[in-house]
Design a protein around this ligand. Structure first.
Ligand code: NDP
Ligand code: BG6
Length: 485
């Protein structure tokens, strides 16, 4: 099954921070892949902007090098790189200074304009103001704002207000790249495209839901940022919160931006405050006798009490979910990279096979990455004579296998999201009120740790996280599903 290419109109995309890590590792590779797929129209222009004074040839060399490293096969397609570089320009400009904007303005056409803020969050406000001040904003202008969107509720509100002073909400695209992941969108397709699941999707039939986003990597080159953020701000407040919303929300009347975002917002607003004993914070450390660097070594602060792992139990107080706990966990340097949502159904109310048949409950596992797919654990009779013994077997569907070899590597989230910006479709972007509601839920949790001087529990690099996270489940008579690559 070959994915369809839906053409977009010619556009100008200006990437502020065009020489930075995100631009080189995600944004420009995504655009290159779209270009090779034939989705970047001929009149389209991509303009990298940063302070560094360099000519367009030097910029081309920088970007070509990243593309050759990251996408070696595509970079070798005859003519592909040249075609892409022809559409790529560079302007040296300091976002906080008045110079350089006229040159940038002179390069822009009359159609869709998108300004991607891939710079530190401290520059978002300055950029919004300068774009307006220098007359670069037309009715067809969009801005794309990277994370982190604020550090807490107050700063998110202030940023929303700063952006709202220059742009309409319909022009603001707040990125959460998890929403652009093919399998995350599949959550909606699975839930609302099938009759099978939705009637069972509630507290009457679901015992609990587990959402795991495990990473094998550590904080890497972003230690400064991460040590100020921690797993709660970096992952829980946005990516896991969005997954929770998509799993728990009511069916929107239509797949349109406000219908979807209204339903997600209702979920966030229905979340109860999390009780301190329902949260476990962890920080990775080198196991005794092991080698390598622990979290504190990587961030260069032997006393850091920032968490690199978090597990919590959340409750949604509404008719559908009252009484069904949602267990969320995420962490770095865990045993494997694995993002999975497990919907754990209740046991059958009565077993006709007697006690010896044991307890068997269905589990629907939605694997977001890697090996995207769905597994439904069903109970069947163990083959062979000797009475009625039951066994659980997986009904396994790998999307790559089911959809054919062309879908072995689904498009990167940024490809989808950037094309949606050009199309003017905000469905997969966060609205201002959603981000604020997520911070309103997160802030008291963080304030509680600060007030108590909470210190995260150490866990071994390469493990499944701190033992207390297992206890969190065991106290409730439940267990985490495994973290498998
Ligand atoms: P980098 O530090 O690697 O890059 C920053 C970019 O901004 C550089 O191109 C820099 O170039 C430019 N820049 C800095 N100051 C100015 C200025 N005053 N005017 C114009 N350009 C400026 O950061 P990242 O690429 O890692 O991150 C960018 C944004 O994306 C941040 O908000 C980050 O939180 C977010 N993000 C990053 C992720 C990642 O994996 N890297 C993941 C998710 C979000 P120069 O110094 O020449 O001006
Ligand atoms: C980013 C976080 O938003 O998501 C990183 O800032 C994290 O800390 C990354 O590593 C994970 O994204 P993915 O797509 O690799 O799961």
């Amino acid at each position: 099954m070959v994915s369809r290419i839906i053409p977009v109109e010619p556009f100008d995309l200006v990437v502020f921070g065009g020489t930075g890590d995100l631009a080189r590792s995600k944004i420009l590779p995504a655009l290159f892949r779209r270009s090779v797929a034939g989705q970047v129209p001929e009149g389209g222009r991509i303009i990298g902007v940063a302070r560094q004074d360099m000519g367009v040839e030097a910029y081309h060399a920088l970007i070509a090098q990243s593309l050759r490293e990251l996408l070696p096969d595509l970079a070798q397609v005859p003519g592909a790189l040249d075609r892409f570089l022809k559409q790529l320009d560079y302007v040296a400009l300091d976002a906080t200074q008045p110079e350089g904007w006229e040159q940038l303005a002179s390069m822009l056409g009359q159609g869709v304009r998108a300004f991607y803020f891939s710079v530190g969050p401290g520059l978002f406000g300055a950029l919004a103001e300068r774009l307006r001040q220098h007359g670069l904003v037309s009715d067809d202008t969009r801005i794309v704002v990277e994370k982190p969107f604020g550090h807490d509720l107050a700063s998110a509100r202030a940023l929303n207000a700063t952006l709202a002073a220059q742009f309409h909400e319909r022009q603001i695209y707040r990125i959460d790249h998890y929403l652009g992941k093919e399998t995350v969108q599949n959550l909606m397709a699975v839930r609302f495209g099938n009759m099978l699941f939705e009637p069972l999707w509630n507290s009457q039939y679901v015992d609990h839901i587990q959402i795991t986003v495990a990473e094998a990597v550590g904080v890497g080159g972003r230690a400064d940022y991460y040590d100020r953020a921690g797993a709660m701000r970096d992952m829980m407040q946005n990516h896991l919160m969005q997954l929770l919303c998509l799993i728990a929300m009511e069916p929107p009347a239509k797949f349109d931006p406000d219908a979807v975002r209204d339903e997600k917002l209702k979920v966030i607003r229905a979340l109860d405050a999390v009780k301190p004993h329902h949260i476990v914070r962890g920080q990775y450390a080198v196991p005794v006798g092991g080698v390598g660097q622990g979290y504190r070594d990587e961030v260069g602060d032997p006393r850091s009490i920032t968490e690199s792992y978090i597990a919590l139990r959340a409750h949604i107080s509404n008719w559908r979910w009252a009484g069904t706990p949602f267990y969320l966990r995420t962490g770095k340097r865990l045993v494997a990279r694995s993002s999975v949502i497990n919907v754990m159904f209740k046991d059958a109310p009565h077993s006709i096979f007697g006690e010896e048949a044991g307890r068997h409950a269905n589990v629907l596992s939605i694997r977001l990455q890697p090996n995207e797919g769905i597994t439904l654990k069903v109970t069947i009779k163990e083959p062979g004579p000797g009475g009625m013994r039951l066994v659980d077997v997986p009904l396994d569907m790998s999307f790559a296998k089911a959809l054919g070899p062309e879908n072995q590597s689904p498009p990167d989230a940024y490809e989808r999201l950037i094309m949606d910006v050009i199309r003017g479709n905000q469905t997969l972007f966060m609205r201002g009120d959603e981000v604020e509601a997520a911070w309103a839920w997160t802030d008291p949790i963080i304030a509680g740790w600060q007030a108590r001087g909470d210190v995260p529990k150490p866990y071994d690099c390469g493990s499944t996280g701190p033992g207390d996270a297992e206890l969190l489940m065991r106290r409730d008579g439940r267990r985490w599903q495994g973290i498998n690559p």
